[in-house]
Design a binder for this molecule. Structure first.
Ligand SMILES: Cc1ncc(COP(=O)(O)O)c(C=O)c1O
Length: 416
């Protein structure tokens, strides 16, 4: 069989829906400045789907620093991988400032979070080692685990009793192989908004020997007294052996970093294939990163404003009888019941008639019959935005319950 023929017949789990969803549910184009109000298909929409938690994405000071860095350095410098010819004192300054901020001895920049996580997993475990990971982990963890040549055991999301069982199995196995154990979880889970049970996991170190790797993509900048993330929030930052976060959320850019003690970071510096064999981050991302970190660290008003919006949104939704699951972070999943068809109709109604743009999560990501509208509040939103959104949500919930979205007219009334 021709390889391409096979691919094109199947199109993959997402691609097979492209005919109906491209440009609307998948690959939509949000136009205009990064802000709560942007344009979708020519109409203004109130956006709740950008992980621009602290509103730094388009902050005038950040824009100025980015533009100045691009003017000073261009997009190429430094050329080559860090190890060969692509290192600068600014890269090292940013790594140290990030490490200091998350109370770790050392840090290492990564070009992308996804690629970095894969590469960290690849570097720290070999076929003798065992990975134990949370079932709700982000795709980058799942994919990193898939590449692992040794055994891996999964525990149901945040289920510490089960984790203990997996650690018993892993311990037995590594006693035979002579390997070690890596536990991987997230600081803040991006779908449910739950905090990882880091303290409980760390407490298991008294019983089992393992190292803890935490992906804190959604926690960095949003939780913890200073915004240093889930470990700070839960009082167990020191127990995290490998701390990771991306610049794709609170830092509103591209890039990521990993932090830990000097020895492990030095090991990663010399063994992370995604960094050793790839060009280093261009200067605007580094200078821009320094500016973003300064604002995130020194201007707590951004985090405070974020939480004013989070509290208003989450308590407002709860008061109106919405279920927002078990979130403990800004991530706000609004859980509704309905079919995939109803979810599509409802989401179109929200975008076209109520001017609200948010992500919709449906089967197979969530069980059949469940619809999750995922809202990401940011420091740039206003209380008026929250009010408008809750009113719109009440209206669509009423329509969903009275089965209006079952009627084809609603589903077809858009995009005309
Ligand atoms: C939990 C988590 N980890 C890692 C990543 C990947 O980061 P990046 O976008 O920098 O590749 C994301 C998404 O951005 C994420 O949500």
């Amino acid at each position: 069989m021709d390889l391409f023929e096979k691919l094109l017949t199947n199109q993959g789990p997402l691609g097979k829906h492209s005919d109906v969803s491209e440009g609307y549910f998948m690959f939509p184009k949000l136009e205009g400045e990064i802000a709560p109000r942007m344009k979708f298909m020519g109409k203004e929409v109130l956006t709740w789907s950008l992980n621009n938690y602290l509103g730094l994405g388009n902050h005038p000071e950040v824009r100025k620093a980015d533009a100045q860095a691009a003017a000073d350095w261009g997009m190429a410098y430094p050329m080559g991988a860090r190890m060969m010819s692509g290192n600068t004192k600014y890269h090292e300054q940013l790594e140290q400032e990030l490490a200091d901020f998350v109370s770790k001895e050392a840090g290492l920049l990564l070009n992308y979070g996804y690629q970095g996580v894969l590469s960290i997993i690849d570097a720290v475990v070999d076929r003798k080692d065992v990975i134990v990971y949370d079932a709700e982990s982000h795709a980058c963890i799942i994919d990193g685990v898939r590449l692992h040549m040794g055994k891996r055991f999964v525990f149901p999301h945040n289920d510490i009793e089960n984790l203990e069982k997996q650690l018993e199995r892993a311990t037995k196995l590594t006693q035979e192989t002579g390997g070690g154990i890596l536990v991987i979880t997230e600081g803040v889970f991006g779908m449910s908004g739950n905090l990882g049970k880091l303290k409980e996991i760390a407490a298991l170190k008294e019983k089992f020997q393992f190292r803890l790797f935490v992906d804190d993509a959604h926690g960095f900048g949003t939780v913890g007294a200073t915004g240093a993330g889930a470990g700070e929030e839960l009082g167990c930052q020191d127990e995290i052996d490998i701390y990771f976060s991306t610049f794709a959320k609170s830092m509103a850019a591209i890039g990521a970093f990993v932090a830990g003690n000097k020895e492990i970071v030095k090991f990663l510096k010399y063994n992370l294939r995604s960094q050793i064999f790839a060009k280093s981050l261009p200067m605007p991302f580094v200078i821009g990163g320094l500016k973003r970190l300064e604002m995130l660290r020194d201007n707590p008003e951004h985090k405070n404003k974020l939480w004013t919006i989070v509290r208003a949104l989450q308590s407002g939704l709860k008061e109106k009888g919405f279920s927002i699951g078990t979130t403990q972070s800004p991530v706000t999943p609004v859980v509704l019941n309905g079919t995939v068809g109803e979810a599509a109709a409802l989401s179109k109604d929200l975008r076209e008639n109520f001017g609200i743009f948010c992500s919709v999560v449906i089967y197979p990501v969530v069980p059949k019959g469940t619809i999750i509208l995922r809202l990401i509040p940011t420091a740039s939103h206003s209380l008026a935005d929250v009010e408008e959104t809750i009113e719109a949500f009440e209206a669509i919930k009423g329509k969903l319950e009275s089965e209006e979205y079952k009627k084809e007219e609603v589903a077809l009334a858009f995009g005309e």
